[in-house]
Design a protein around this ligand. Structure first.
Ligand code: NAP
Length: 323
């Protein structure tokens, strides 16, 4: 019998890569998808016929229970969330409903309908906010600084509480920023790779950015979803940092992206005070010792390789739409 997995957030960046990974491992994959009038399936259209779509929403407990009852999953990956930090300031209540209470509803549904299923919760490095130490470990105190981080911290602790109280196999992966050609264009990494490709093709003339010295821990989404799967294969449920373990500046990213298209970034990039954020006093960077030692996971894609991959993708996609 093939293993069965239920993925929430199937239509998102990580959900689509995780579905591919699980299908390649012989899983029967189910995806929870909320209704949208425009049918938001661009990231999963190539999987049609291979993944069974179940209609549901983190806001609706019954739909979660129905999805679990229908799929009888061995593993449940909760990747659904309102995932954009700036929006969490303009829609804090909705962010809490999706990202915090949605996880309560899901945990309660698992407890009632399939308490032997293994559960993965997508935590975020935003729970650390302004951390006391760098790099951060699984023991670093949470000091979230935005409604998204607060909601993720709630979801994180609820997952641990359900593990302790009800003996569920429930784990949190604290992921740092991870990118891919399927990343939304509003995120800085994609904004830069896309702008470099657009300028190369004559579709844009300039790129305005904030603090070029800001540093981030970026890794490849395919590496991150592999870590999620590995976590649920472990004998004991536990929480792990999923990160590259190194930081790069926005300046390095810009330089690398423009190099990929053979342009000098200084001719096109300017700093716009409207986007400017001061340097973080303590770097947000993950310590990956625990996941490396206990699960043998480490990221495969390097920073430069990731930039090249995304610029190439953007160049091809934009050239096709231009043609
Ligand atoms: P994403 O591309 O924004 O995808 C989010 C997914 O959640 C989409 O499939 C979306 O569906 C779904 N969703 C949103 N609200 C929902 C609701 N009420 N009910 C059901 N589904 C809902 O996010 P991602 O980049 O794949 O990230 C996956 C998870 O990791 C998220 O929980 C995110 O917060 C977390 N995370 C991501 C990063 C990162 O760098 N990517 C870093 C740390 C943590 P629609 O398509 O219908 O909108």
């Amino acid at each position: 019998m093939p293993k069965k997995a239920l993925i929430t957030g199937l239509t998102g960046q990580d959900g689509s890569y995780l579905a591919e990974l699980l299908l390649s491992k012989g899983y029967q994959v189910y995806g929870l998808v909320r209704r949208s009038s425009s049918g938001n399936i661009s990231r999963i259209s190539h999987l049609s016929g291979n993944v069974q779509i179940l209609s549901g929403d983190l806001l609706d407990q019954c739909s979660l229970m129905d999805a679990i009852a229908a799929s009888q999953p061995d593993e449940i990956y909760n990747l659904a969330s309102q995932s954009y930090v700036p929006l969490s300031w303009t829609q804090p209540s909705l962010t809490a409903e999706y990202t915090a209470l949605g996880v309560s509803r899901l945990l309660e549904s698992i407890r009632r309908c399939k308490s032997d299923a293994k559960f993965y919760q997508a935590s975020s490095s935003e729970v650390f906010g302004q951390p006391d130490e760098s790099p951060q470990t699984e023991r670093t105190a949470f000091r979230p600084r935005n409604p998204y981080g607060v909601a993720k911290a709630y979801a994180h602790w609820m997952t641990i509480n359900y593990r302790q109280q009800y003996n569920l196999y429930a784990c949190c992966g604290i992921t740092y920023t991870h990118e891919s050609p399927r990343r939304g264009a509003e995120f800085v990494f994609r904004k830069i790779t896309r702008a470099a490709a657009m300028i190369k093709l004559g579709l844009a003339q300039e790129l305005k950015l904030g603090n070029l010295d800001a540093r981030r821990d970026w890794c490849y989404a395919q590496d991150a979803v592999y870590a999620m799967w590995m976590m649920l294969q472990h004998e004991q449920p536990d929480d792990y940092i999923i990160a590259s373990g190194e930081t790069h500046s926005v300046r390095e990213l810009v330089e690398c992206a423009f190099n990929c298209v053979g342009l000098n970034w200084q001719d096109y990039v300017s700093v716009d005070p409207a986007f400017y954020r001061p340097d973080e006093p303590v770097q947000l960077v993950g310590c990956i010792d625990k996941i490396q030692t206990q699960l043998g996971w480490k990221p495969h894609s390097t920073f430069n390789r990731l930039v090249e991959l995304m610029v190439d993708y953007d160049l091809k996609e934009l050239s096709n739409s231009k043609a």
